[in-house]
Write a protein that binds this ligand. Structure first.
Ligand SMILES: Nc1nc2c(c(=O)[nH]1)N[C@H]1C(S)=C(S)[C@@H](COP(=O)(O)O)O[C@H]1N2
Ligand SMILES: [Mo]
Length: 197
């Protein structure tokens, strides 16, 4: 008779209901960056949202921190198949930032310091779905994980969560970002396994 030690093996973990199909659990926090880590001084950091008629709302680091921040407890899922459950972040909700933006656009292109881009639909950014995060597990966000601040859109695969976020450009029509031009899904829902096209 087989001896089953509960709580250690991969069986319990891989059948975890919080794990999307085709994902495995990891306890560490891998770094996935398409290029070098940019060094951005918070004195020079800004985040802007440019709407579809070219009007920009821009926040300095200080202005971002004058807005109400939220603690976010969430799972994250990378398309390379690792998932990490129960991560903790602190940041400003995109709903708070979009309160200052006039738009009828349906899509956004996220732009990062360093040149990375990724497209996200506004419905995936609003209604409590996305944040500009500047703390991870109670500490300032590590530069290699996107510090000083990154976008987090945790219900989509993690490539949509642009590190070193610089701004959003709003668009009526969806356009592919960096990985999307290289074959990744335009949407990226891990529960529907929207990995590649
Ligand atoms: N600016 C930027 N953001 C990025 C990336 C990148 O290369 N550059 N990689 C994406 C991918 S593919 C993943 S899985 C996550 C990885 O985040 P991490 O390095 O904090 O784990 O960041 C995403 N955001
Ligand atoms: Mo990724």
């Amino acid at each position: 008779m087989a001896v089953i030690s509960r709580g250690f093996g991969s069986h319990r973990r891989e059948s975890d209901p919080d794990l999307p199909p085709g994902q495995y659990l990891t306890a560490d926090f891998p770094v996935l960056s398409a290029g070098p880590t940019p060094q951005i001084d918070t004195d020079e950091w800004t985040f802007g949202i440019r709407n579809e008629v070219g009007h920009s709302s821009v926040w300095t680091w200080e202005q971002l921190h004058s807005l109400p921040a939220e603690d976010v407890h969430t799972d994250i899922h990378c398309v390379t198949r690792w998932s990490k459950l129960g991560t903790s972040w602190r940041g400003v909700s995109l709903d708070t930032l979009f309160a200052e933006v006039n738009t009828s656009a349906e899509f956004a292109m996220a732009h990062s310091y360093g040149g990375y881009t990724t497209n996200v639909a506004l419905e995936d950014l609003l209604d409590g779905n996305a944040w500009i995060a500047f703390e991870y597990e109670g500490e300032p966000l590590d530069p290699e994980h996107g510090g000083p601040a990154r976008l987090i859109v945790p219900h989509l695969y993690f490539w949509k969560s642009a590190k070193w976020i610089k701004g959003l450009t709003l668009m009526h029509d969806d356009e592919p970002g960096f990985w999307e031009q290289n074959g990744y899904s335009m949407h990226g829902d891990p529960w529907a396994e929207e990995r590649y096209w």
